[in-house]
Design a protein around this ligand. Structure first.
Ligand code: G3I
Length: 320
């Protein structure tokens, strides 16, 4: 049985992956992506980001995102829609000019209205605000924060709730997988939204781990539970575990344990609904291009052999 089928045995949880449309012409990769025994959920890796969906002001392009979503639907997979309000992947027309509070709110509302309405009924969830907290727990000084103030966060959730009342609205971030100042900041953020009556349904812990800095099983259980205690569901949304290149056996062993621990942590927290890996095939991973000296972060090597991490996840999920 594949990872999703096994995950389903654990109280109906899903096992998902991110997928970029740029690889859709690779038939081997596509057949693994669309194997619903393997993956029950798909997150568009890039196609729903602002620079892709509204490259020019008021000009919307859903071609790539529609293709992304269509491939998931063909396979009977749910879609974690990603992402609306982020500091990154913004088009030049936003970052190259200064905005007033009023004009930027209007830009935000129009974008959310168009994108969320377009995908209405097709998103299990939306990552509404992505990566809004600094390492010290303060708000990240993004164009949204600097222009609109911290209120931009509640505004974004209210807007998305208005245009798709049925999607689950997530806050998604990295570096919040053990208790530290950033995690406490994210907890405070979600608590504040809840107290204001803002609809926020879930927290996504991304899970991009270099082997030497990964959180333990206990850390992950603790953090998932701390967020769940706020009254939201939780998920691991972007798991990948990178090793130093050239690869050393010890680091592959660490990678194996870390993947299994992350999946076990989710399964052991009742509010954790699923785990998504940020890609599954090493040659297509974002890591080598962005994190110099690291790579081989995914579950399949370049020759399509499954890694020990894959078998370790299977073992973690098999009924005891
Ligand atoms: O599509 C353009 C292409 O037209 C252009 O020629 C080329 C030149 O650089 O860039 C292409 O865009 C790239 C895009 O991926 C699509 O491949 C961007 O440069 C590149 O920066 C972008 O990287 C993505 C990154 O987010 C930034 O959006 C990664 O693939 C993606 O894996 C990564 O994913 C993020 C999550 O969304 C949020 N959490 C962290 C995670 C990892 O960084």
């Amino acid at each position: 049985p594949g990872l999703n089928s096994l995950m389903k045995l654990n109280d109906g949880r899903y096992f998902g992956t991110a997928a970029s449309t740029v690889h859709f012409n690779d038939s081997k990769w596509l057949s693994v992506l669309q194997d619903s025994d393997m993956f029950g959920s798909m997150t568009p890796e890039n196609s729903q980001k602002w620079e892709a969906t509204e490259p020019e002001r008021g000009v919307f392009d859903f071609a790539a995102a529609d293709l992304n979503v269509q491939k998931a639907q063909e396979a009977g997979q749910m879609v974690r829609c990603h992402t609306l309000i982020w500091y990154n992947a913004l088009p030049d027309w936003i970052t190259s000019q200064t905005w007033t509070n009023e004009t930027l709110i209007a830009v935000m509302e129009n974008h959310i209205k168009e994108v969320v309405t377009h995908f209405k009924g097709q998103c299990y969830s939306w990552d509404v605000v992505n990566e809004a907290v600094n390492d010290d727990g303060s708000y990240r000084e993004t164009i949204w924060y600097n222009t609109i103030g911290p209120e931009y966060i509640a505004m974004a959730y209210n807007m998305v709730a208005k245009y798709d009342p049925d999607a689950k609205l997530y806050y998604n971030d990295y570096g919040i997988e053990f208790i530290n100042n950033k995690t406490l900041g994210a907890i405070a953020l979600v608590k504040d939204l809840k107290e204001k009556g803002v609809k926020v349904d879930g927290v996504g812990i991304q899970g991009h781990y270099p082997v030497v800095l990964a959180p333990s099983y206990e850390d992950q259980v603790e953090v998932l539970q701390r967020f769940a205690d706020l009254g939201v569901e939780v998920a691991t949304t972007e798991l990948d575990v990178f090793v130093e290149i050239p690869e050393k056996v010890e680091q592959v062993e660490m990678q194996t344990a870390i993947y299994a621990d992350s999946v076990r942590a989710c399964v052991d927290v009742p509010a954790c609904v699923g785990v998504t890996v940020w890609g599954f095939y090493d040659p297509y991973s974002w890591v080598p291009g962005t994190v110099p000296g690291y790579g081989n972060a995914d579950l399949f090597w370049a020759n399509w052999t499954a890694k020990p991490a894959y078998d370790a996840i299977v073992n973690a999920l098999l009924p005891k």
